[in-house]
Ligand binder design. Structure first.
Ligand code: AMP
Length: 223
């Protein structure tokens, strides 16, 4: 089973290609942004706190995101044995913390997909999305701020994962089918998805074996 991190600036396609990878592999798609928006929609005290950061285009504090994300990763590991992490980690502190968990739980990431596109293309895609979805953080000023935050906080992770030899950099400034062909070739070359993957042909994992240990770490995260 694959364990993938989608690392990309806003608008580069991590949601779209992450969901496609989930279809190909059966590993659960976990979007940190979706989890946060769900908490905001619940109207909880935590949700109100999270909304302030997200509306400005700032990252929420590492401790908060870790406490929300870790239980979801644990649940995904229990259910499917893998994950496609969309939007996490986004800071070096998150990357180091999740690498430690990965080692402790036998759930280290196999692959980091770094999607790129020129800045003007990213801005235009996000403004298009604003028309369709009306996200509060898809206004021009907030988009520009989110791109700056990506450069400052998240881009350093590219070299960190490249040095670990698990990074694939893919331009999404071209037809979606070409992007998918590159992703498929790369995953197949590493035996992470089988030729003709899409359902039962995934490489199997060890979700059950780690479930108990994972629960313990989740409790630690939410403490
Ligand atoms: P996204 O849907 O991935 O564009 O994320 C939307 C917003 O959620 C971001 O602008 C941040 O405010 C917050 N967010 C999502 N993932 C993280 C993360 N890993 N660390 C901190 N904040 C995050």
């Amino acid at each position: 089973m694959v364990r993938v991190i989608m690392l990309s600036p806003p608008g580069a396609g991590k949601g779209t290609h992450g969901r496609w990878l989930t279809q190909q592999t059966g590993a659960e798609h976990i979007s940190s942004g979706d989890l946060l928006r769900a908490e905001v929609a619940r109207g909880s005290a935590l949700g109100r706190r999270l909304a302030e950061y997200s509306a400005r285009g700032d990252l929420v504090p590492d401790k908060l995101i870790l406490s929300i994300l870790m239980p979801a990763v644990v649940a995904a590991a229990r259910k499917t044995g893998g994950y496609v992490l969309d939007g996490f980690p986004r800071t070096m502190a998150q990357a180091l913390r999740s690498a430690r968990w990965g080692l402790e739980l036998g759930l280290s990431s196999d692959a980091v997909i770094y999607l790129t596109a020129p800045e003007e293309e990213l801005i235009s895609r996000l403004l298009d999305r604003a028309q369709r979805e009306g996200r509060v953080d898809d206004t021009l000023d907030v988009i520009k701020h989110r791109l700056a935050v990506f450069t400052r906080e998240t881009e350093p992770l590219v070299d960190y994962y490249r040095d670990r030899g698990i990074l694939l950099e893919v331009s999404t400034d071209r037809p979606e089918q070409e992007v998918r062909a590159d992703l498929r070739d790369w995953f197949q070359a590493r035996g992470l998805i089988s030729p003709g993957a899409g359902d039962a042909s995934v490489v199997s994992g060890a979700a059950g074996a780690v479930a108990d240990e994972a629960s313990a770490v989740a409790s630690e995260a939410s403490a």
